[in-house]
Write a protein that binds this ligand. Structure first.
Ligand code: RIB
Ligand code: CA
Length: 320
């Protein structure tokens, strides 16, 4: 594999991507950024922040609010082998509490996200998969269609880190389905990881939320309200955080605005057995020749002010 992942997006040739998500306040913002800066081929949903019915409802609502014509397909309602676990303590029962949201315009295009991912990536090579929730759908697609590893352009995911948030060792997306994450991190193709080390540098600070709220139109009010709720639960639970870590857009911007990030190419594997460490992304940072070959571009830093401007501009693009 090349020394690190290179992406070749240009405004005239936006990268084709599929977002696999569990909206989720930050997933919603990832959809906005993707809709502005990529060719958003489709949205697939996974159980995670909330049950599958809720994350699918929220994805359709976001698709509708942005007036997109891309399909939403719902996927797995639970991890490969572990029970479904959610994060209403962060996102609320609906998965996107805190705003006056419209009713979804209709049902998902199908309940077979995995089959749709396989069919779509076989029909059109060079699509980036951008998972921002548990990795169950992606793992199921790679297991059912191993040829996908050579047909997709790569995987840019939000998850992991050198520390956890659901446990001391594990970040929520990986913690939900470590077995799926193990399959994804060992798939062999280009892989970018936006983990907590970078996403905690990217916070929805009060003045940044006010930038969104000052934009014209109803969408800005809805998204500012979502940011306020999301930051409220973060501040209530953390000692030193001033605003919610806006995790998921980092996985999109790693492709659309790679210059905003620093990164290290490293060997990363997933702990699937530990009583206290299951779901840990084990990033090998040893300066030893014996270290296994690197398999993942681990994002380590972000120009947060410039990144936030990308979000504000994307919201402004859909505000009227
Ligand atoms: O740990 C943060 C991740 O878990 C984000 O993707 C958030 O949306 C939740 O899914
Ligand atoms: Ca998410």
């Amino acid at each position: 594999m090349s020394p690190s992942v290179s992406v070749s997006a240009t405004p005239s040739r936006p990268l084709p991507i599929i977002i696999d998500c569990d909206p989720g306040h930050d997933d919603a913002i990832a959809i906005v950024v993707a809709a502005k800066h990529t060719e958003l081929v489709g949205i697939t949903t996974i159980a995670g922040n909330a049950p599958l019915s809720a994350t699918t409802r929220n994805a359709i609502i976001m698709r509708d609010l942005l007036e997109l014509d891309c399909p939403v397909h719902s996927g797995a309602n639970r991890p490969l082998v572990r029970p479904a676990r959610h994060a209403d303590y962060v996102h609320g029962k609906s998965g996107m509490d805190g705003a006056d949201l419209p009713e979804p315009s209709g049902p998902p295009a199908s309940h077979d996200a995995v089959g749709w991912i396989i069919e779509t990536c076989r029909q059109r090579e060079g699509i980036w998969l951008v998972p921002t929730g548990p990795l169950t759908n992606i793992a199921l697609a790679l297991r059912a269609a191993p040829d996908l590893a050579n047909r997709i352009a790569g995987i840019s995911l939000m998850g992991g880190g050198t520390f956890g948030n659901r446990t001391a060792a594990a970040e929520f997306n990986i913690w939900c389905d470590p077995e799926a994450a193990d399959m994804v991190f060992s798939y062999g193709g280009p892989l970018i990881m936006a983990g907590l080390d970078v996403t905690h540098q990217f916070q929805a600070l009060p003045h940044r939320i006010e930038q969104v709220r000052s934009l014209p139109g109803h969408l800005a009010v809805v998204l500012a309200d979502l940011f306020d709720f999301f930051s409220g639960t973060y501040r209530a639970r953390h000692r030193h955080i001033e605003g919610a870590a806006v995790h998921d857009p980092c996985a999109v911007m790693a492709l659309t605005h790679p210059h905003l990030f620093t990164r290290e190419f490293a060997h990363v594997e997933i702990e699937t057995h530990g009583t206290r460490t299951a779901g840990m992304t084990v990033i090998d940072q040893r300066d030893l020749k014996e270290v296994p070959d690197a398999n993942c571009d681990v994002l380590t830093g972000i120009d947060a002010d410039a990144g936030w401007q990308v979000i504000v501009d994307a919201i402004a693009h859909f505000s009227h």
